[in-house]
Design a protein around this ligand. Structure first.
Ligand SMILES: O=c1[nH]c(=O)c2[nH]c(=O)[nH]c2[nH]1
Length: 293
């Protein structure tokens, strides 16, 4: 009979967001946790005997339940707690390997006190596109993957309900998105001096963040418009902005089966499918020229 070599099994990439609400100051831990367990697993491989197999689904649940019960002080300590639990509680498990990626969030500083608005640390890409037909210039600037989150001040209700609608109404949800934005500068005439492109970029980025943080949102569509409008109102050099905002859904994990309450603390961060909200915001009278696809 062929030998069974090294083997391990587990749940990969459990996306857990743990929110700690200290009054109206919120703290966030955002992890991607992968568990791999190994031990006496010959029977399941050879005979399909599951008596020593802790389901991978249980490993996922354990991550969520531990996030609630023990909190997440550091990725390392959370990994230690999980690994100790699996090796200590399961007869068949000899070794646990817990890999964790932690996504860093910074507070959005808007001048007002930043309490529940976050931006993922330095991962966005700045973009530029220049078109010239021998007479006129068209410059589009923008950014991609500016990931932001509000841990409160977001609702979504009152929407259409048809026979296929199951979405519950939300009075206090997480709103998170990766901002993809392109904006068109009014400058087109080489006889006029070029704008300060860096200052324009920094200004538009700051406006997008501030509008995201300061808008009490009844829908991502409303937040999108507020973000675009803030740029158009505050940056006279920009005539048009197009925003594409994926709705990065965060679902409250049902912890009731483990006798735990989830008071808006532990979320499953889903990566797909996602809502995709897109619109152009224009200066009054400006022509829409940024491509819509
Ligand atoms: O802000 C939102 N806008 C929607 O159009 C929508 N649709 C949905 O399912 N969730 C949300 N959230």
């Amino acid at each position: 009979m062929p030998m069974l070599g090294q083997n391990q099994y587990g749940k990969a990439e459990t996306r857990v967001v743990r929110m700690v609400r200290d009054g109206d100051v919120h703290h966030i831990k955002d992890l991607n946790v992968s568990v791999a367990l190994s031990g006496d697993m010959a029977d399941v491989h050879r005979h399909g005997d599951n008596t020593g197999v802790l389901p991978t689904d249980t490993m996922k649940n354990t991550v969520y339940a531990f996030a609630k019960e023990r909190g997440i002080a550091t990725a390392e300590h959370f990994g230690i707690e999980l690994a100790r639990h699996f090796v200590g509680s399961q007869e068949t498990i000899r070794t646990a390997r817990v890999r964790i990626e932690e996504y860093a969030w910074e507070r959005i500083e808007t001048g007002r006190e930043a309490r529940h608005s976050f931006v993922r640390a330095g991962q966005e890409t700045r973009t530029a596109q220049v078109r010239y037909d021998g007479r006129d210039w068209e410059v589009l600037s923008g950014l991609r993957d500016l990931t932001v989150m509000n841990s409160t001040d977001s609702e979504f209700h009152g929407f259409v309900k048809d026979p296929y609608t199951t979405l519950p109404e939300a009075r206090d949800r997480i709103l998170a998105t990766d901002v993809h934005a392109r904006w068109r500068h009014g400058w087109s005439d080489a006889a006029r001096p070029e704008p300060d492109w860096d200052a324009a970029y920094e200004g538009a980025r700051a406006d997008l963040l501030a509008a995201f943080a300061e808008t009490y949102s009844l829908s991502l569509q409303q937040t999108l418009y507020a973000m675009g409008a803030r740029v158009i109102e505050r940056r006279p050099g920009i005539d048009e902005i197009r925003l594409s905002l994926p709705n990065k859904h965060h679902f409250l994990v049902d912890l009731a089966p483990f006798g735990l309450t989830n008071d808006n603390e532990v979320y499953f961060a889903a990566d797909r499918p996602y809502g995709l909200i897109e619109a152009t915001v224009l200066r009054d009278g400006a022509e829409a020229r940024i491509p819509t696809d």
